[in-house]
Write a protein that binds this ligand. Sequence first.
Ligand SMILES: NC(=O)c1ccc[n+]([C@@H]2O[C@H](COP(=O)([O-])OP(=O)(O)OC[C@H]3O[C@@H](n4cnc5c(N)ncnc54)[C@H](O)[C@@H]3O)[C@@H](O)[C@H]2O)c1
Length: 343
Amino acid sequence: MANTELKIAFVGCGNIAKEHLKGIKKHVPHLKVTAMVDSNLALATAMAHETAARPFDSLAAALAEGDFEAVDIMLPHHLHEQAAVMAFAAGKHVLLEKPMAPTLDACDHILQAARAAGRVFMVAEQAEYWPDAVTVQHLIQTGAIGEVLTARAYFGNPYGLPQSPLPEPKPWRFYLAQAGGGITIDGGAHWLRPLRMWLGEIEAVVAASARPIADVEGETLLRALLRFRSGAIASFDAVWAGAFMGAGDEFRVTGTLGEIIIEKGNTGRVLLYNAQHPTGEVLMVKGDGRSDAFGYELRDFTNAVLNGSALKAGPAYALGELRTALAMYRSAQTGRWEQVWGD
Ligand SMILES: NC(=O)c1ccc[n+]([C@@H]2O[C@H](COP(=O)([O-])OP(=O)(O)OC[C@H]3O[C@@H](n4cnc5c(N)ncnc54)[C@H](O)[C@@H]3O)[C@@H](O)[C@H]2O)c1
């Protein structure tokens, strides 16, 4: 008889693991977390208490003694490759937080290991499931704003400035060797995915970046233009400035017949302007939808394992945000347009 339940191990019990656990509890009753892995055993143990899971201090120990068919890897970026390859070698299905890895070579190794294992592999990018992003995708597909000409994405990272004095070592995100970049390769991915959902594939980018937070080795400010294969152009802004940031639009999509706006924050609205709604129609308020999206992505992965259903976005497609970030980094160095898929 086919399995109706999937057992999974969390690998990394930090910030994002809390969101994944909330999503599972709310939306994926057929996914059971049976192992919690963190090199900080106290974190693994605390999360294990919330479920019927067993805590482990390493993936190797969990693979040797745990009871699960899949892993959900939520580690610092430089550890993604080793953990994913190890999990595939043990025959596990793998859900891996974005970015797949900080370099394309590391991504190739992971993709090879996934193919050799013949298991389900998904890169977690919850923006694919954001209800507001999906609503806009549907509006565009049904012609609500005509042909899309241009879009703007603005990611203002709302987290406070790093505490002073900083702990040593600093959090992994502060080091290029661990994060692979700054705000663009990291949270920026969630603002690039919707652009790809709406405008199609990105062909080339030109970018400038800066490091207003000196302790962070990667960029905390990046502004870029993106040219899509469709001919459309868009702008992408990402900034980690401090604790106080204003309201406003985070996305604006302009077409030949109208415009769509998504406002910042949970109270942000999705607004449609076209001939039927010349002064703007509120289509939805974001509410908890973005947080629910973690549950939707975990449900997609679980169903792919249990039923063989197709993932909404496969791993090869998920390379798009990483490739875009890496092309922006090259452009910030060269000062020229850089191809996203060219190498
Ligand atoms: N999708 C999103 O919105 C989102 C948001 C934040 C982070 N992320 C992604 O999630 C991943 C983790 O980020 P985070 O913010 O949760 O980081 P974090 O630092 O909060 O958590 C990482 C955890 O990994 C543990 N760890 C480190 N080395 C380990 C090892 N060798 N074995 C086992 N555990 C180890 C740490 O102790 C820590 O608890 C990254 O890929 C990041 O980009 C995604």
